[in-house]
Design a protein around this ligand. Structure first.
Ligand code: GLU
Length: 388
């Protein structure tokens, strides 16, 4: 080995997040004055609601700027416990709730708390880029369970069960899903819960997009198999609070305790000021609900426009039932999605995420969490590339 340091096997095996990478690239081009429209990052374009910002300012002014309990301030855990009961029908006492630096840290802590090297984890595909990477970091093995555009990316519990082996320990669910926007039906979720119960598996369900559902019924699988389920959520998507970095999880007490122990040795606690902001979002839930209702209506109109526009260009795009992403078939632009992504950026000046790291070959992900004007302009720019 030459050079002053050698990187760990873990660091060498880790693939950096492609959603974050494309977004950084688009920001850099914009900074250089290039007229790029970013459809890459999954981030609401709305501003954080005023009552949430005001609470954060009050927290700073009143000196709430110190360490908090590892699991989060008691008032926030109580508000999260009440939210789980009110909105999801889930019973998680405040000591069964933990607050983290974004949903990603909740997932990270959960995987490290629950997985051993060699364990297998079932993940419906296309999946969000970070699930398999985080699972692999623990030494466990991600196992993709395919879904298809033809079925609207609906999970088949039979396909899931067919991949259970003696080493399977966990199922990761994300509904509404990133990148597909699929919302798994109550019937599918009942099937998944039954698989978990039959084989003694843990379900980690990421419900970050739960408020962004358009034509489907949203059900929390934790109501069906509580002892098997860890429910992850956060403030980022529903309340336009990505930069505040507040995630949370509710689940069996022993799992939460192990996640807290991990967090005590890493970040200690989520930002105190952000926790008070999240408390306002969850505590003053009627003001927050008004914001969510307006945002959801805007996303629905944008979804309808982008889906019909992309299909009219010959870029086949199923209608997602939730979240704020679409998956477009870019094979008319190029058979290889990486090459299609490159052409879309270079020739149309539109940043999208290639399906490669989502296990979605021939497709790219577009986030429609952007203005209707941008969506119309993107469709105009893509027209010459698609040949339509
Ligand atoms: N979850 C969002 C996305 O997929 C934000 C970036 C990330 O954390 O991956 O774009």
């Amino acid at each position: 080995m030459s050079g002053p340091f050698s990187l760990s096997d873990r660091a060498l095996s880790l693939k950096p997040s492609s959603t974050v990478a494309v977004t950084s690239r688009a920001l850099e081009l914009q900074r250089q004055g290039v007229d790029v429209i970013s459809m890459s990052v999954g981030e609401p374009d709305f501003d954080t609601p005023d009552h949430v910002k005001a609470a954060a300012i009050r927290a700073i002014e009143s000196g709430k700027t110190k360490y908090t309990a590892v699991s989060g301030i008691a008032e926030l855990r109580e508000a999260i416990s009440a939210k789980f009961a009110r909105e999801n029908g889930l019973t998680y006492a405040p000591e069964c709730v933990t607050v983290t630096s974004g949903g990603k840290q909740a997932l990270f802590n959960a995987f490290f708390a629950l997985l051993n090297p060699g364990d297998e984890v079932l993940i419906p595909a296309p999946y969000w880029v970070s699930y398999p990477e985080m699972v692999a970091l623990t030494g466990a093995v991600p196992v993709a369970v395919p879904t298809t555009p033809e079925s609207g990316f609906m999970l088949d519990p039979g396909e899931l069960e067919a991949r259970v082996t003696a080493r399977t320990r966990m199922i990761v669910l994300n509904s509404p899903g990133n990148p597909t926007g699929a919302v798994f039906s109550p019937e599918v979720l009942r099937g998944v819960a039954a698989v978990a119960q039959r084989h003694g598996l843990m379900i980690v369900t990421d419900e970050m997009y739960e408020h962004l559902v358009y034509d489907a019924e949203q059900l929390s699988i934790g109501t069906l198999a509580p002892e098997h389920t860890l429910t992850v959520n956060g403030a980022s998507k529903a309340y336009a609070m990505t930069g505040w970095r507040i995630g949370y999880a509710g689940g069996p007490k022993g799992v939460i305790a192990a996640m807290n122990a991990l967090q005590s040795q890493s970040t200690s606690n989520a930002s105190s000021v952000s926790q008070y902001a999240a408390l306002a979002a969850l505590g003053d839930h009627e003001a927050t609900a008004q914001f969510v209702t307006l945002a959801r209506a805007a996303y629905r109109a944008r979804r309808d426009r982008i889906v019909s526009g992309l299909n009219a260009l010959g870029l086949r795009t199923p209608t997602p039932q939730g979240a704020f992403y679409v998956m477009a078939d870019t094979t008319p632009i190029h058979a290889d999605e990486l090459e299609a992504t490159r052409r879309i950026l270079d020739e149309a000046r539109v940043a999208v995420v290639p399906g490669t790291d989502f296990a979605a070959p021939g497709q790219v992900r577009l986030s429609y969490a952007t203005s209707m004007d941008n969506i119309n302009e993107v469709l105009r720019r893509l027209a010459p590339l698609s040949g339509a």
